[in-house]
Design a protein. Structure first.
Length: 452
């Protein structure tokens, strides 16, 4: 719209300039013709030097704008040209501008008669160069002023649009923070009535999400706590009830073996002893899964190392590796237990389902943004301290569209209960890699929880 208006204004200015050049030329020509007529009439009759006097008179005329006045003697070219009236201007117009405004050539001849004889002519011709130069200077000045006004206008429009869209920009930033899990995000009051209600609803939504997220973490933590209590209770039952019973059965069978001679009963008693030994080993393994005693006595790193060693003994054909890189053990016992349970479940899945020849466990700690492929999934502060857990194998991987089992579901619940993030990648024979980030401190108003 601005461009169309500018072009229309320029066309109008050019048309007005052409009319002005023609009008100025006509006015100057009329004046020059009057002066030339008076100069011819003032010549004394019969003077032998009439033409010389006339040329001197024409040369002495005041400078006339936009016309040239000269004397043409019969049989000779015009001479005695007066000042051409070109004004001194600050700039010379370009050729295209001159051609655009220059009117058609024009010439007026006033005869010089004396004693009935035609001595020559006073020639008056148009010279619009001065007027066109003035118009060029005026248009350059006007164009510069118009350009300046346009720059100011565009700047003001951009500023006004920026001010009008600033609330939307803040709203977009707030939604981005909500997407990243920062539920402390809030918007300032907006002056625009239409957006003021949107801002209030956004702040209310952020507070509701923060409350719901906190409630979800609390419920998950409560669920995990109940599960651990049940595990401890079951471990006590196995240890205090089943353990003594198995010991009693084994003692009675040993007595039978010692009392009886080599008979069929002796063989049955020895079979019972072997079965009891198997049951006791199974009981100890179940107790180790239900209540990892090494976690409390030795610490998380040693307990995980012991867990890997246990699987190394049970499946020697698999290369079991454990790496601990700059790991700071969490002071929160529930977090340490969750990390242990995550690794425990991953190792069990790898042994049962992957068919892998190598399984690698890695734990570490540091800023959330410094842990490779899982870092983009973290929706909180990239400098927030977290514990890093990774379990990978070179097995067959997960099938496409495979439904998540109870073990993996439990891992997600534990990670999300602590406000962390977990990803599972791999499939199609490329192995499986589970990575998790668990915050080492309280998450206030923000969560990193998510899964892929």
């Amino acid at each position: 719209m601005v461009v169309v208006t500018t072009i229309a204004a320029l066309l109008v200015m050019v048309h007005q300039a052409r009319l002005r050049v023609v009008a100025e030329r006509a006015s100057a020509a009329e004046l020059a013709d009057h002066l030339a007529a008076e100069a011819v009439a003032a010549l004394p009759p019969g003077a032998p030097d009439a033409m010389t006097r006339l040329q001197a008179v024409i040369a002495s005329l005041p400078a006339l704008r936009h016309v040239r006045v000269s004397v043409a003697v019969s049989g000779r070219p015009a001479g005695g040209e007066s000042a051409d009236g070109r004004s001194v201007t600050s700039g010379t117009p370009p050729r295209w501008f001159f051609d655009l405004l220059r009117p058609p050539p024009w010439e007026l001849r006033h005869p010089i008669m004396m004693d009935g004889r035609r001595l020559g002519e006073v020639v008056i011709s148009g010279d619009p160069s001065g007027e066109i130069s003035e118009l060029w200077d005026e248009m350059v000045l006007g164009g510069a002023m118009l350009l300046g006004l346009m720059v100011v206008f565009v700047g003001v429009v951009f500023w006004l649009v920026g001010q009008a869209l600033h609330p939307l920009f803040l709203l977009g930033q707030g939604l981005g923070r909500l997407e990243q899990g920062n539920f402390n995000a809030s918007l300032p009051p907006f002056d625009v009535p239409e957006l003021a209600d949107v801002g209030m609803k956004f702040n209310s939504l952020a507070r509701s999400l923060a409350r719901i997220s906190g409630d979800n973490r609390f419920l998950i933590q409560k669920l995990i706590s109940v599960q651990e209590s049940e595990r401890n209770m079951l471990a006590h039952e196995l240890h205090d009830e089943l353990g003594p019973c198995l010991f009693g059965i084994k003692a009675q069978a040993a007595c039978i073996v010692r009392a009886a001679r080599e008979t069929a009963e002796t063989d049955h008693a020895k079979t019972i002893l072997g079965l009891v030994d198997d049951l006791q080993r199974l009981n100890r393994r179940i107790l180790g899964r239900l209540r990892p005693l090494g976690l409390h006595d030795l610490g998380l790193v040693a307990a995980v190392g012991q867990l890997v060693d246990d699987w190394r003994g049970r499946a020697p054909e698999v290369d079991w590796q454990f790496r601990c890189v700059h790991f700071e053990a969490p002071s929160d016992e529930s977090l340490a237990l969750s990390i242990y349970r995550i690794i425990q479940e991953c190792l069990t899945n790898a042994a049962r389902h992957s068919g892998a020849s190598r399984v690698v466990v890695e734990i570490g700690s540091g800023p959330a943004g410094g842990f490779g492929s899982i870092a983009p999934s973290w929706r909180g502060d990239p400098d927030f301290p977290v514990a890093y857990v990774a379990v990978g194998d070179n097995g067959r991987g997960r099938d496409e569209g495979c439904r998540r089992g109870f073990g993996l579901l439990g891992i997600h619940e534990r990670v999300e209960g602590h406000g962390g993030v977990v990803t599972v990648n791999g499939g199609g024979g490329t192995g499986t890699l589970l990575e998790a980030l668990l915050p080492l401190g309280p998450l206030v108003g923000m969560v990193g929880a998510g899964h892929a």
